[in-house]
Design a protein around this ligand. Structure first.
Ligand code: NAD
Ligand code: USQ
Length: 394
């Protein structure tokens, strides 16, 4: 039985990924410091859904399926020796690495959160890579990165390839050379910047130590349940809707149901990449099943089903639920208008069936929100994180 460690397995993507892998016969160990739950306390806002403790979650999973998921509470950024010891003990076949502070607004809140995001994300990733190298473990590292590494500032027709781009470089004497480089990064937040820095760490350790790494550049996730999390209320997944951690489409759906105007920032004429959580789980499984060869460069895959205009999404939610669309001053610094198309051909070739926005999956999210809407704290809906101190929000 292949042993997989899921770093960040208590989180929104990590919990359903862990269940899927356990269901498919992998021996799963979750490593998580439960920092996301502590940040809930810090922000005074909980998941819309009542998520259970890790003990309750894993006990219920074992009771229902007979499969044991082990859990180890560990901070991978501050406890290098803990990372080293667990890798040495478990000798994993694959490591799924999700253990990062993942909210752009939280990462831009203030100096303390900027510093936390950088140290947590970069040192955590580096600890993992150093420990693998030092132990000589040939595990496949599957990391979820971000489509935002490419940047959203282009207003041109261009299908973004996967991670690398073929180009012509001109030297100081105007001589040209054809080459392939990492796609030029253009992160839009401190959080997104850490994903770009991760990519450099992966590039180095792949080149120097031949680590096998897949970096999944994921779009914005929508939806919240998967086949496995739906089996029992004790397995329910996290659902963020607040101004820091809630992602745009899930937020719009909650807003429409709790009677808050839909919070479009600026004109909303921006295009972003999207993926349903069920597809997130599919993609990670496919990535594990299709590891790069020894000596191959970092495998970068675009993990997105489709690209959608945010204003169109607001109108779609308005038509679905009749909620008013509100136009708010954008607390972020980003282009108000862009174009975006990205290739997802490798995951498709591996067997992904993309889930496009569809009524049945939207209604599934709405039905879940209806059940738990009284848990929503309307005061936490508007984002108060500003990209720069001089921005004045409504
Ligand atoms: P999440 O915050 O729900 O989960 C991250 C988990 O990692 C949490 O359980 C947290 O406690 C844990 N963690 C954080 N720092 C840790 C540390 N130092 N040591 C141990 N555990 C730590 O986030 P998510 O939405 O599940 O995202 C998972 C990954 O996917 C992240 O890396 C994120 O950047 C990426 N991603 C998410 C989305 C999205 O829309 N949710 C989209 C693209 C990429
Ligand atoms: N937006 C609104 N109204 C809102 C919330 C957001 O108009 O109420 C806009 C934002 O201004 C932004 C876009 O929607 O233009 C996306 O915002 P988001 O919060 O849904 O997503 P983002 O900050 O990009 O981050 C999320 C995840 C992150 C992941 C990223 C994928 O939190 O972990 O990496 O999506 S991507 O954007 O493709 O890089």
């Amino acid at each position: 039985m292949h042993r997989v460690i899921v770093f960040g397995g208590d989180g929104f993507c990590g919990w359903p990924i862990s269940l899927r892998l356990s269901n498919k016969g992998y021996a799963v160990t979750i490593v998580d410091n439960l920092s996301r739950r502590s940040i809930d306390d810090e922000l005074g806002c909980e998941s819309l859904t009542p998520i259970r403790t890790m003990k309750k979650r894993t006990d219920k999973w074992a009771e229902l399926t007979g499969n044991k998921i082990y859990f180890r509470r560990l901070d991978i950024a501050t406890n290098y020796h803990g990372v080293y010891d667990i890798l040495k003990k478990l000798q994993p076949h694959t490591i799924v690495h999700l253990a990062e502070q993942r909210a752009a607004p939280y990462s831009m809140k203030d100096a303390q959160r900027k510093r936390y995001t950088v140290t947590n994300n970069i040192i955590g990733t580096h600890n993992l890579l150093v420990a693998l190298t030092d132990l000589g473990i040939d595990a496949h590292v599957v990391h979820i990165g971000s489509m935002g590494s490419y940047g959203y500032n282009r207003d041109m027709e261009f299908v973004i390839p996967e991670g690398y781009v073929d180009c012509t470089l001109y030297d100081a004497t105007k001589q040209s050379v054809a080459t392939r480089i990492l796609y030029p990064a253009d992160p839009g937040s401190v959080y997104h910047m850490t994903k770009v820095m991760d990519a450099q760490l992966f590039h180095f350790y792949n080149k120097n130590d031949r680590l096998r790494i897949t970096d999944l550049y994921q779009g914005i996730v929508w939806g919240t349940q998967t086949a496995e999390t739906k089996i029992d209320p004790d397995l329910i997944n996290r659902f963020d809707y607040d101004g820091d951690y809630g992602t745009v489409l899930n937020r719009f759906l909650v807003q429409a149901i709790v009677g808050h105007p839909i919070t479009v920032y600026g004109s909303g004429d921006r295009v972003r990449a999207f993926i349903h959580l069920k597809n997130t789980v599919d993609c990670v499984q496919l990535a594990i099943e299709n590891p790069p060869q020894n000596g191959a460069p970092v495998q970068i895959l675009n993990q997105t089903a489709e690209q959608r205009n945010l204003h169109d999404l607001a109108i779609l939610v308005h038509n679905l639920k009749g909620a008013p669309v509100g136009y708010y001053t954008n607390p972020r610094i980003e282009e108000d208008k862009n174009k975006l198309k990205a290739s997802n051909s490798t995951l498709i070739k591996m067997g992904l069936t993309p889930i496009m926005l569809n009524d049945a999956d939207l209604m599934e999210v709405c039905d879940l929100i209806e059940i738990y809407k009284d848990r929503a704290n309307k005061k936490k809906i508007l984002s108060t994180s500003l990209w720069r101190k001089d921005i004045k929000i409504d």
